[in-house]
Design a protein around this ligand. Structure first.
Ligand code: AQP
Length: 337
C-alpha cells in the first residue's frame, strides 16, 4: 500500500531544544516507517525576525545535522533545506494573492510575535514576513500534497488557514491541492520553560536557563535541571494547572523513558524534588550524550552532504510537479489550458 505523505520542519531561529525534540523530532523518527516523510530546515521562516547571517548559517547546518543525529534515516525520510527548493517561495506568492489581509492579521502567533518584537526591542519595525509566515507555511504543506502535518496546539490556526486557502483555490481554479489534516502524535507533550513554567520552552528565549539545547554542555544541562523552578510543596504529583514546574519535569521523564505518568508518580511516592530532578537529569543526559556523539561524527562528513542532496532531489521532483500544475490551472503558464 502506498504510504501517505507527512511534512514538517523546524525553524532556524536558535538552538534546537529538548522541547523541539520531544514535541517534534522524536515523533518524526517514530513515524518514518509508516509515512513518506518530508522534513525540512525552515530557514525561510527563520528570517521572519531579524537574525545575523553567521548565526543563520550556523543554525541551518546544526539543525540539519541534528535531524540525522536524532535518528532520522536518510533512506526513509527526505531531509532538505527549505530555500534549496525555490518552489516554496514561488507558491507562497501565488497563495498570498489568494489570501486576505484580515485572515493574516487574525493569526494569534502574528499578534504575539509582533507584540514581543515591540516589547523586547522597543521598536515598531514589524517585518511583513511575520505577517506572511502562515502563507509560506501553507505553501510548504500544499506543495507536497501532504496528507498529514504534525502540529502542536500553537500551529492549529495555521493549518486551518492552509485548508481555507486550498479550498478557495480548488473552487476557483479546479482541483489542485490535497486537503491537509492535522496529525496529533501519541505523545503530544508541550515542554515548558524551566524558569517560567507558565510558558512553553522556546529556542529563541533570551534566558539560556529557560531551555535545554540538544547541544548544550552536559555539566550546564545538569545545572539547568537543578535550578528548574518547582514549588514549595515538595509533593511529586502531575497537576499542570497548580504545579506546572513539577508536571513539566514529570512529562520530560515520562516521554524520554517511555514511562506512564502514573507510574512515575508511584515511583516518587514519599520522595522529594531532589529525587525527581536526579531522575530527569539521568534520562536527559543519557539522551544528549547519544545525540551529541552521533552529531560530532557526522557534522563534517561527506555523508551529511550526500543525504541532504538525495532528500533535496526527491523534494524538488515533488515540488516542481505541483507548481507546474498550479501555474497551468491559474493561467500563469499561458501555453497550457
Ligand atoms: N516547548 C515545546 N514543546 C513541545 N513541542 C515544541 N515545539 C516547539 N517548542 C516546543 C515543536 O517543535 C516544532 C518546531 O517548531 P518551530 O521551530 O518551527 O517553531 P516553534 O514552535 O515556534 O518553536 P520554538 O522553539 O518556540 O521556536 P521560536 O522560539 O523560534 O518560536 C513544532 O512542531 C513545535 O510544535
Amino acid at each position: 500500500m502506498e504510504k501517505k505523505r507527512m511534512i514538517s520542519g523546524i525553524t532556524t531561529t536558535g538552538k534546537i531544544t529538548l522541547g523541539n525534540y520531544i514535541g517534534a523530532l522524536k515523533n518524526f523518527v517514530d513515524l518514518q516507517d509508516d509515512f513518506e516523510m518530508y522534513i525540512f530546515v525552515a530557514n525561510l521562516h527563520g528570517i521572519t525576525l531579524p537574525i545575523d547571517k553567521e548565526t543563520l548559517r550556523k543554525n541551518i547546518k546544526e539543525t540539519v545535522a541534528l535531524y540525522f543525529a536524532c535518528g532520522l534515516d536518510p533512506t526513509k525520510s527526505n531531509i532538505f533545506i527549505q530555500s534549496d527548493i525555490a518552489e516554496h517561495a514561488e507558491l507562497a506568492w501565488v497563495l498570498t494573492c489568494n489570501t486576505t489581509l484580515g485572515e493574516l492579521q487574525r493569526m494569534t502567533q502574528f499578534k504575539d510575535k509582533s507584540n514581543k518584537v515591540k516589547s523586547d526591542n522597543g521598536t515598531e519595525f514589524i517585518p511583513t514576513g511575520l505577517l506572511m509566515y502562515p502563507v509560506l507555511m501553507a505553501a510548504d504543506i500544499l506543495l507536497y500534497d501532504a496528507s498529514f502535518v504534525p502540529v502542536g496546539k500553537d500551529q492549529k490556526q495555521h493549518i486551518e488557514l492552509a485548508r481555507s486557502i486550498a479550498e478557495r483555490m480548488n473552487n476557483k481554479y479546479g482541483e489542485m491541492f490535497k486537503m491537509p489534516e492535522e496529525y496529533h502524535p501519541k505523545v503530544g507533550a508541550k515542554i515548558l520553560d524551566l524558569q517560567d513554567p507558565t510558558k512553553k520552552m522556546s529556542k529563541s528565549s533570551l534566558n539560556s536557563k529557560s531551555y535545554i539545547a540538544l547541544l548544550d554542555n552536559i555539566e550546564e544541562v545538569k545545572k539547568k535541571i537543578k535550578s528548574a523552578v518547582t514549588d514549595s510543596e515538595n509533593l511529586i504529583k502531575y497537576d499542570l494547572e497548580n504545579k506546572p514546574g513539577v508536571s513539566n519535569l514529570i512529562t520530560i521523564w515520562s516521554s524520554l523513558a517511555n514511562l506512564a505518568i502514573e507510574k512515575i508518580e508511584k515511583m516518587c511516592e514519599g520522595k522529594d524534588y531532589g529525587f525527581l530532578k536526579e531522575n530527569v537529569t539521568n534520562v536527559v543526559v543519557s539522551l544528549l550524550e547519544k545525540i551529541q556523539s552521533k552529531y560530532n561524527e557526522i557534522y563534517n562528513s561527506d555523508d551529511l552532504e550526500k543525504w541532504i542532496e538525495s532528500g533535496t532531489l526527491n523534494a524538488k521532483k515533488a515540488a516542481s510537479k505541483k507548481l507546474r500544475k498550479v501555474y497551468n490551472l491559474t493561467g500563469l503558464n499561458y501555453k497550457r489550458k
